[in-house]
Each structure stands twice: as structure tokens, then as C-alpha cells.
Design a protein around this ligand. Structure first.
Ligand code: PMP
Length: 405
């Protein structure tokens, strides 16, 4: 079979694959715990459901404008005013089928083959593959000091004449770190000075803890919007627990948005009108929904960190946002794929190998599930990796015997 060069170079999404494994095991009645998930477990907001149901009941479900309905654009404009203190026009926004598509069409609109795209490591699994889909080259930037916080020096050292785009995801998937305002300011200034696009993937920006503040990139932009190469990405997936609705958006200069819209028009003809209605419902509805999700996640985070501390040698940087922690298990196993497989095989716990995010020796452990999943999941992990564990573990009626070192 002859497969394209680009197609054959794209790996499967490790996180989505894990969801599939979970569903298969669950269907077989296995006592599996999913600590690899990327979606809150809450129900979608009532306002989202009723608004979408209203349209469904009308039976008039047609094509929508490629870049989003007027009402959707109005909701995005209000969102941008509320959370970024920035007034933008309808031509500055595009709604897409998820933040993922918004990022993808932005990349397709700006990247040429061989262009380089910088992003901070550890990074979201899809960035390298999305860059490769454009024939461009992914350039992960690691912090020289070994932390999850690259400095502007680390970024600058990776810039070449091919650098076309820098991506910042704050709070970050998989580490949960929020980059400092100083760092964001420096990156904005660097991009403006060098004429590099800056894409802020802010999909988790309302899911933050400990009263941290997520820097607003517009605070540091000197150029007016139409001359700026800043792209801000957001969506309803995480903050409203609406991952299955597939609505995200981008805010940028009008020329770029027009090109993104042209591209999107040939891909999906734009996001579904029903799902846009649902997103509008959530965005215009009761906002205490987001706060209650945030509080639940903060509590889950505290429990997870507490439990992780009971495992000797395991290191965790306390996440300040998202619902992920990126945990260093290298004291037990330096190969994260092997460790992830061991946990799945032995105790039916799913955690994503850190290597998928550019962090070998780590596992990404989510805390968007129930407290019971978190505590029981960590207890099981501890039982597998700790050589001093008792010989037996009961999972429901099932007795497991520890027959490995
Ligand atoms: N960016 C990041 C950092 C993410 O973690 C995700 C979802 N896992 C996305 C973008 C895509 O979100 P959406 O569901 O809106 O496509």
C-alpha cells in the first residue's frame, strides 16, 4: 500500500488510544481505573443542553457560516472582552470544531514546509503531529535548569531563521504549570521583535488553583490587533465539560482569520450549528458552573498530591491549573511506556506515558475523575511499584498476588 509521507509520519494520539483501551476493558467488566483521561466527568451545563435542544426541536438543522454563526461570534467577542479585556470585531474570530481544529487551521494558514514551530516541553501530545501535518518541523524547548519552566533564554536559543510560530499552553497540559507573567511578556516581546506568530492555547485558563493568575498576552502586545501576529485559542471542552460538543475558537487579525476560514470551509464547512448552539448556551448561561468545576478539580488535585506524597521517591510539581499532574516515576522505572503497561497489566490503572509529552520517566496522571478513582488508583500504583508492598491486593473479589520485584 502506498501511504503519503506526511500520513505515514503521524502517530496515533496516545491519549485518545487510552480512552479506547478503557472502554474495551470496561465493557469486559474489568475493574479498570482511568487516570489518563482528558475530560471532566461533570454533566454538560443545563443551559447548553436546553439551547441546543431548542434548535434540534425546530428540525431546521442546516449548514452554518464557515467561521461560526453571528450569535456564536457574539459569544466569543463577549468572552474576549470579559476574560482578556479586549474588544474585537466579528471578523477577528473563527469558531471551529474544537480548539484542536482552530489550532490546526491556524497552523495551515501560516506554516510552509520546513518552517519551525517552537513549543514548551513537556507539551500537548498533538502539537508535534499537527506541525508535521503541515510539513513543518516541531521544536520542543526544554528548560535548561530541568524544571517545567523554560526561560526566555531557552526559547531564544532555539530560534532560527525558520522559526515561524511559538506556542504557549498555560496552564500547561501535561504539567499543570502556569507560566509567569514575566515569561509571557518576554515571549510576546520576542515574537513582536522577530515577527514570529504567537499562539496562546488558553483552553485551561479558567481551571486554575491557589489564586494564581494566568497572564493576559494582550497586556503586552504593542502592535494593534490587525498588525499583531498573536492568536488566542479557547473552547468549551474543558471549562464547561463539553469535550464531545467539539467547539473551540481562535481570535486573531482579520487577514489571518479569513485565510483560516477559507481553509476550514474546505475541511468541515464549519462547526455544526447544533453544537454551536450548545456552546452559546453554556457561554451565555450560569457561570457558577465553571467555578464549581474548578473547586472540584482543586480539591481533587489536593487529594492526589497528598496520596502521591505517600510513595517514596515519586516527585510531583503541584499543578496550578488543568486537571493533570506530571509525575516523576524515574526512581522506579525510567521507561514510561513500560511502566504504563505494567500498571495496566497488573492493576488495571491507566496513566499516559510521559514520553508522549516529551518527558520520559514521567506519567501523566489526571485528576478529573472521582476522588475514589484517584485514591484507589494511586493505592494500586503504589502496590505495584513499591517493593515493600504486601504480597496481596484485593480489587473487589479479585485477589492479586505480587509476583514481580
Ligand atoms: N489544547 C490542549 C492543550 C488540550 O489539552 C486540548 C484537549 N486535550 C486541546 C487543545 C483540544 O481541545 P478541544 O477539545 O477543544 O479540541
Amino acid at each position: 500500500m502506498s501511504i503519503s509521507l506526511i500520513g505515514s509520519g503521524i502517530g496515533e494520539s496516545a491519549t485518545l488510544k487510552l480512552n479506547e483501551t478503557f472502554s474495551i476493558l470496561k465493557a469486559k467488566g474489568e475493574p479498570v481505573i482511568h487516570l489518563g483521561g482528558g475530560e471532566p466527568k461533570s454533566m454538560a451545563p443545563f443551559d447548553a443542553i436546553t439551547t441546543a435542544a431548542g434548535l434540534l426541536n425546530s428540525g431546521e438543522i442546516r449548514y452554518a457560516p464557515v467561521d461560526g454563526t453571528i450569535e456564536m461570534k457574539q459569544a466569543i467577542i463577549r468572552y474576549t472582552a470579559d476574560f482578556y479585556n479586549k474588544i474585537v470585531d466579528p471578523e477577528n474570530v473563527i469558531a471551529s470544531s474544537g480548539a484542536k481544529q482552530a489550532i490546526m487551521v491556524a497552523m495551515q494558514a501560516i506554516l510552509n514546509p520546513q518552517d519551525e514551530v517552537i513549543f514548551m516541553a513537556p507539551y500537548y501530545v498533538s502539537y508535534p503531529e499537527m506541525v508535521k501535518l503541515c510539513g513543518a518541523i516541531p521544536v520542543p524547548v526544554y528548560a535548561e535548569n530541568g524544571t517545567f519552566y523554560p526561560t526566555i533564554k531557552d526559547v531564544t536559543q532555539n530560534i532560527t531563521s525558520y522559526t515561524k510560530l511559538i506556542i504557549i499552553n498555560s496552564p500547561n497540559n501535561p504539567t499543570g504549570v502556569v507560566y509567569s507573567a514575566k515569561f509571557i511578556k518576554e515571549v510576546v516581546e520576542l515574537c513582536e521583535e522577530k515577527g514570529i506568530y504567537l499562539l496562546m492555547d488558553d483552553i485551561y485558563h479558567r481551571l486554575i488553583f491557589d489564586n494564581v493568575k494566568v497572564a493576559n498576552p494582550y497586556d503586552y502586545v504593542k502592535k494593534d490587533l490587525e498588525n499583531s501576529k498573536l492568536i488566542v485559542i479557547n473552547g468549551v471542552s474543558k471549562q464547561y465539560a463539553m469535550t464531545g460538543f467539539r467547539i473551540g475558537w481562535a481570535v486573531a487579525n482579520k487577514v489571518l482569520i479569513k485565510v483560516m476560514s477559507n481553509i476550514q470551509g474546505h475541511q468541515t464547512s464549519g462547526p455544526s450549528i447544533v453544537l454551536q448552539k450548545a456552546a452559546i448556551g453554556a457561554m451565555n448561561g450560569i457561570q457558577s458552573y465553571v467555578e464549581s468545576l474548578r473547586l472540584t478539580l482543586e480539591n481533587n488535585r489536593n487529594v492526589l498530591v497528598q496520596y502521591l506524597k505517600t510513595i517514596d521517591g515519586v516527585k510531583v510539581v503541584v499543578p496550578q491549573g488543568t486537571f493533570y499532574s506530571f509525575v516523576d516515576f524515574s526512581a522506579y522505572n525510567k521507561n514510561s511506556t513500560q511502566l504504563s503497561k505494567l500498571l495496566l497489566d497488573k492493576v488495571r490503572v491507566l496513566a499516559v506515558p510521559g514520553v508522549e509529552f516529551g518527558g520520559e520517566g514521567f506519567l501523566r496522571i489526571s485528576f478529573c475523575g472521582s476522588i475514589k478513582d484517584i485514591t484507589e488508583g494511586i493505592e494500586r500504583i503504589k502496590w505495584v511499584i513499591d517493593p515493600d508492598s504486601s504480597n496481596e491486593l484485593f480489587i473487589g473479589q479479585r485477589k492479586l498476588v505480587r509476583d514481580w520485584k
